[in-house]
Design a protein around this ligand. Structure first.
Ligand SMILES: Nc1ncnc2c1ncn2[C@@H]1O[C@H](COP(=O)(O)OP(=O)(O)OP(=O)(O)O)[C@@H](O)[C@H]1O
Ligand SMILES: O=C(O)C1=C[C@@H](O)[C@@H](O)[C@H](O)C1
Ligand SMILES: [Mg+2]
Length: 178
């Protein structure tokens, strides 16, 4: 959470003249504020709604150029994991020190209520193996502005496409960019 998926994803889509979809925004548009969904219906209901939003975003992007920014916990859903195997997945690798100031002023992430940094670290430790397993490309976002990181990501994507095009038609391996 707060690593820059939405900010960098939006700029990448602009740069590529691609459609940008943020699945958190889809959820909010269809069901109202995320904090209210958690409060009134609980996290399992939110995860079901979120999985449907991700599936909708991926289906609509097939055959088009699109950048989809997921919510931080979306990849925990097994159906979402399967759908992502058909996508180019970028993991934005970050740490608690980098996001500390961003999440301290957070008011919209229910899972970070209370001890925001402690909760972020606990969630990250549990999710990190899933992020790493699903990623085709890992981008270190611990330093740099959003425009700088977007340029680094664009370059890394172009290199990845050039390297993999020669050996396989689909993304085949995880690449790490520091
Ligand atoms: N590299 C960066 N430098 C400075 N600020 C950043 C950077 N990346 C993101 N931010 C800022 O941090 C905040 C959180 O970023 P963003 O919403 O893109 O994170 P996210 O990964 O989409 O979070 P979530 O999991 O909650 O969807 C925003 O205010 C964004 O502008
Ligand atoms: O990491 C998470 O579990 C979440 C991240 C946000 O993007 C939202 O999807 C929601 O607040 C849950
Ligand atoms: Mg986001």
């Amino acid at each position: 959470m707060a690593v820059g998926k939405s900010a960098i994803g939006r700029q990448l889509a602009n740069h590529r003249a691609a459609t940008f979809v943020d699945t958190d925004d889809l959820v909010v548009g269809q069901h109202g504020p995320i904090a209210e969904i958690f409060a009134s219906r609980g996290e399992p209901a939110f995860r079901e709604i979120e999985a449907r939003a991700v599936a909708q975003a991926i289906e609509q992007s097939l055959g088009n150029s699109a950048v989809i920014s997921l919510g931080g916990g979306a990849v925990l859903d097994s159906g979402t994991q399967q759908l992502l195997s058909r996508c180019m997945v970028v993991y934005l690798e970050c740490d608690a020190a980098t996001v500390a100031e961003r999440i301290a002023r957070n008011s919209v992430r229910p899972l970070l209520a209370g001890d925001a940094i402690g909760r972020w670290q606990t969630l990250f430790a549990a999710r990190k193996p899933v992020y790493e397993r699903l990623a085709n490309l890992v981008l270190d976002v611990r330093s740099g502005t959003v425009p700088e990181l977007t340029r680094r990501l664009e370059n890394a994507l172009q290199e990845y496409a050039a390297e993999t095009a020669a050996v396989a038609p689909m993304p085949a391996a995880t690449k790490k960019v520091d």
